[in-house]
Design a protein around this ligand. Structure first.
Ligand code: NAD
Ligand code: TYD
Length: 347
């Protein structure tokens, strides 16, 4: 019997992972540990509340005693760790919370796991990380699993530290671990501080569409369900101690992506061509803005047979449809504190 602790399951990627594991593996008990920060939202999980193999515990990973108590009371056998502060811009304005949650919080989880798991060979600590730990690429090249770490924002530095800690517990204590570093995710339930849902929300509300710098920065977009399939596969079939890069094979310049979103949303809302594009506004660049991220995902393809299935046109169409059909979700998450964050950041 597996009792799997999924951390950060009320967030964007986490809710999709929780849903996959609860529905696909009825024999697993899934414990979703989440502090329900601004990024954690119970509305993301409403369809799972009645499932008998699903439990939510509202716990902060920075609270070592509370984390320990969860390991004990739920007899946790494995961890899939997603809980994190995840937004680069917030890490620039308030770095310390990123260090606390992403580094010390990860250390708390590792410690609880080490203390509770008497036979480490029977358990797995799976850490979900980002390609941003590898730094920034020029026009060519791809991040490989062997690329040197070169994090350049407080967010990526904190995630790099957490990756090192997870590997340290593997090498020092013999804990079974797996790490995946993936590119930019998009899809339903993403908090609208990130580029794609922020632009969709602003198009809907006829607000300016802020593009940092000259808009030539490149990201490799991965549809969230493709990421979930990769996590499922690595969890079950990946090799102990290994790292796998996960990418979307969908490189886009930000400005090109924003154009696609403008066209898609205008068409869906029956607005005249060019309406949204006329509100694109180039704004002051993000300090230290990484120019390009791109993933070489050949290892996970060769070893586990995974590759992304969703091209950007299909993924964006599904995403736009979801946000347009879930106006209430969007309006709930953009009320209150979001407005303060938005006004502060974009004023
Ligand atoms: P998110 O910000 O949408 O969700 C984070 C979740 O973690 C929220 O539910 C939040 O309540 C919870 N959380 C935050 N601090 C916590 C704490 N101290 N204790 C317990 N729970 C806490 O993030 P996301 O986009 O879903 O990312 C999930 C993971 O995937 C993160 O580790 C992130 O670094 C990684 N990742 C994300 C992307 C991406 O494009 N979104 C890409 C690569 C890697
Ligand atoms: P984001 O979604 O914040 O993800 P990350 O910084 O982790 O890659 O940003 C994606 C890209 O979009 C990044 O190059 C920054 C840019 N961006 C804008 O141009 N405008 C915005 O308002 C935001 C939030 C991001």
């Amino acid at each position: 019997m597996k009792n799997i602790l999924i951390t950060g399951g009320a967030g964007f990627i986490g809710n999709h992972v929780v849903r996959q594991f609860v529905n696909k593996y009825p024999d697993y008990n899934i414990v979703n540990l989440d502090a329900l920060t601004y990024a954690g939202n119970l509305e993301n999980l409403a369809d799972l509340e009645s499932k008998s193999n699903y439990t939510l515990v509202k716990v902060d990973i920075n609270d070592a005693d509370a984390v320990d108590a969860v390991f004990k009371s739920h007899q946790i056998t494995d961890v899939i760790h997603l809980a994190a502060e995840s937004h680069v811009d917030r890490s620039i304005s308030d770095p310390l919370i990123f260090l606390r949650t992403n580094i010390l919080g990860t250390a708390n989880l590792l410690n609880s796991a080490k203390n509770h798991w008497t036979d480490l060979s029977q358990h797995l600590f799976y850490h979900v990380s980002t390609d941003e730990v590898y730094g920034s690429l020029g026009d060519t090249g791809l991040f490989e699993e062997t690329t040197s770490y070169d994090p350049r924002s407080p967010y990526s530095a904190s995630k790099a530290s957490s990756d090192h800690l997870v590997r340290a517990y593997h090498h020092t204590y013999g804990m079974q671990i797996k790490i995946t570093n993936c590119s930019n995710n998009y899809g339903p339930y993403q908090f609208p501080e990130k580029l794609i849902p922020l632009i969709i929300n602003n198009i809907v509300h006829k607000k300016p569409l802020p593009v940092y710098g000259d808009g030539t920065n490149v990201r490799d977009w991965l549809y969230v369900q493709d990421h979930v399939e990769a996590i499922d596969l690595v969890f079950h079939k990946g090799t102990n101690g290994e790292t796998y890069n996960i990418g979307g094979n969908n490189e886009k310049q930000n400005i090109g992506l924003v154009h696609l979103l403008c066209e898609a949303v205008d068409a869906k809302l029956g607005r005249p061509e060019g309406d949204a594009k006329s509100r694109i506004t180039f704004v002051t660049d993000r300090p230290g803005h990484d120019q390009r991220y791109a993933i070489d995902a050949s290892k996970i393809k060769a070893e586990l047979g995974w590759e992304p299935k969703t091209d950007v046109a299909t993924g964006l169409a599904k995403t736009v449809d979801w946000y347009l059909q879930n106006e209430e979700w969007l309006s709930n998450v953009t009320s209150g504190d979001y407005q303060k964050y938005y006004d502060n950041h974009y004023s």
